[in-house]
Design a protein around this ligand. Sequence first.
Ligand code: BES
Ligand code: ZN
Length: 592
Amino acid sequence: MPSQDPHSFAVPDNARVTHLKWNATVDFASHTIKATASWQIETKDDADIIIFDTKGLAIDSVTIDNGQRADFRLGNVDTLMGQPLAVLIKPGVKHVHIHYQTAPDAEALQWLSPEQTAGKREPFLFTQSQAILARSWVPCQDSPNVRFTYEADVTVPKQLLPLMSASNPQQKNETGTYHFDMKQPIPAYLLALAVGDIAFKPISARSGVYAEPSVVDTAAWEFADMEKMIAGAEALYGAYPWERYDVIVLPPSFPFGGMENPRLTFATPTLLAGDRSLTSVIAHELAHSWSGNLVTNATWNDFWLNEGSTVYFEHRIMEKLYGVDYSEMLAVLSLQDLKQTIVDLKADNHYADTKLKLNLEGRSPDEGVSDIAYVKGYFFLRSIETEHGRDKFDAFLKDYFKANAFHGVDTDTFIAYIKKYYKDNFSITLDDANFNAWIFTEGLPANCPTPSSDRFTKVDDVLAKWKAGSTVDASITKQWSTHEWLHFIKNLPETLTADQLKALDALGHFTASGNAEILTVWLAVTIRNHYAPADAKLEDFLIHTGRRKFLSPLYTELVKTPEGKKKAQQIYEKARPNYHYVATNTFDKLLK
Ligand code: BES
Ligand code: ZN
């Protein structure tokens, strides 16, 4: 019997949803969505109640089956989980229709003014449901272990185009009303909607890019290898299960690098570096089509299963397309960050959060979003690959996705599955001590694989010479990619003089860089060393970027000194209106 999800009020074992018909009108003037969520349900014979998750929703009325009114009750408000909506039902009830409206400050929704878009003429709306924010725009059973199919009819202002994590239009129509279908069952955290002045450009017969008209060509160029990525992923772990794979490039306030909404990955415009150097994020979101969307973490305590296996899959896609020297650069960069994260979490008294399996009960699932799930999870899986061979691990992963498709898996189930698989197929007994060391123990186990990159060894040589006092030979660095520069900047000495910083900036043009990854590591260096010539760029970057991964290290570096904190607060006051709730929720605490 599946255990209760600590982040949902629903009791799906008694009464669960199976299909959603969502009828909605998006109103930019009031920043609200007025909707009816018609749920098809399945109940135990004696069930007389069904419970939904809601957050901030104004419920107008609830009806059942053919429109009879039903009694309902909203429970007490929990600041994290929202309110349970209990609907009284009689045995045999098959449909529950909830008529409601979202709050103007619904946490999943970000309403952008025209000025916050690339085109500056039309407003924009996008959702971010993961982890437990879907309930702020659709009353639902908001647990990753509850899946449903859905269809939707969405009405928007006629000059705008709506898109969902479902079958999607490629152009605007005359009516402003659009129909969507998602025929494969998904959990609520994968419900998604974007509305704006959006254009489409195909990349292959089954994939393409959506973005604002002034961005769509740039985006299609940057992501030109998308079809190769899909084909590469399929060659590794089985047929792509969702028909189409499209990407929408959102305005800059999107708080993540990417979000794996089924059939339509949501992406940050910071991926548009102009040299295709940041496309591993697309490989990552594509990989979630198997690891996460097909086989899903049963609860947010098992988040490492979603992200660790996705980072593993992402590296394999990048290796297949661009070679092992490329994917190893990614691995080295991420391992350095992971080691720092472990040091930081220990210093902050959160060492327990360096275990893969987390205990987030009573806490926001957001607290589990760190390099631990992603990178420690990745290196754990890689350690099994290293120890027993790639062929075996690949066979396992492919069969694991197939055997558990459209189901949730928790950590214990994963361990049992992989142990049985290796035993049955290869007569190998996987060591329990190793699972314990990686999954249920803090820190990084001794058998963590060591990634190695010749290209980075050359960077290390340049760094060593530079540290010893010689100038850098620009004919060497001219050949460097984004990743080599990242490795270089990340391994500079802690303290640098103004003259050194000036020389470095002249060498790599970091302050002027349009690459957000490079800018972030560089600006952290300039904050630490009080390098004033980068101040204006820092402020501009913080105001115009919404991706939390870039904002976090910079605000964190700033608040380390009293002057820095003051500066951070001043900038944050200007920047905050541009940020999504997911970001303000993090930085309000840091910058108070
Ligand atoms: N699903 C995550 C984003 C997420 C995680 C949203 C938890 C809300 C809660 C997505 O797949 C992701 O991992 N994005 C990363 C990119 C990646 C390459 C590591 C990001 O946004 O940086
Ligand atoms: Zn991910």
